[in-house]
Write a protein that binds this ligand. Sequence first.
Ligand SMILES: Nc1ncnc2c1ncn2[C@@H]1O[C@H](COP(=O)(O)OP(=O)(O)O)[C@@H](O)[C@H]1O
Ligand SMILES: [Mg+2]
Length: 168
Amino acid sequence: MPEATHGQLEINSDGPERTEALGAALGQALGAGDLICLCGDLGAGKTVFCRGIGVGWGANSALTSPTYNLAHEHRRGDANKLYHVDLYRVDGIDDAVTLGLDDMLDEASTTLIEWPERLGSLLPAEHLWIDFALGGAHERLLTFYARGERHAQLLAAFSALITTESGS
Ligand SMILES: Nc1ncnc2c1ncn2[C@@H]1O[C@H](COP(=O)(O)OP(=O)(O)O)[C@@H](O)[C@H]1O
Ligand SMILES: [Mg+2]
């Protein structure tokens, strides 16, 4: 990615349970206004990670793939909203505008976007970008790039949580 990065972290996952647990740790650290971009091929584990985020964030409903709906809104009993967007079927920027993404990307919401590269220039400069790379059958390499100070702090909080959980 060409943009400036304010923090970077690489983590190997050895199975879907690990990927979901990593998502749950990030979900605990998320706040309103955070934007998470999940990039990688089909089957790379983006939705598994999002499912974990939903658990850690405390969503009332399970996060499932929104591929055919484009976006799901989740709540947890307070004013916060968690949007889970999947742009796999979006062809271009016009579609993203129609989708109402500008309303989701506001300070009151936390937003997760699968296939964020489809947004092109609509993607806000400040976000946490995660690349998912397929290794062996159950191996995935997750690389986190924080863009902007706010998301660098988020990445640091996440890193501290997983360090504590793994006991290392
Ligand atoms: N380490 C891993 N992390 C995440 N998913 C894994 C892993 N190993 C195997 N898988 C499997 O890969 C698939 C990932 O699916 P999904 O999360 O829907 O992908 P994506 O949303 O990136 O298209 C699931 O079937 C999951 O069980
Ligand atoms: Mg998916």
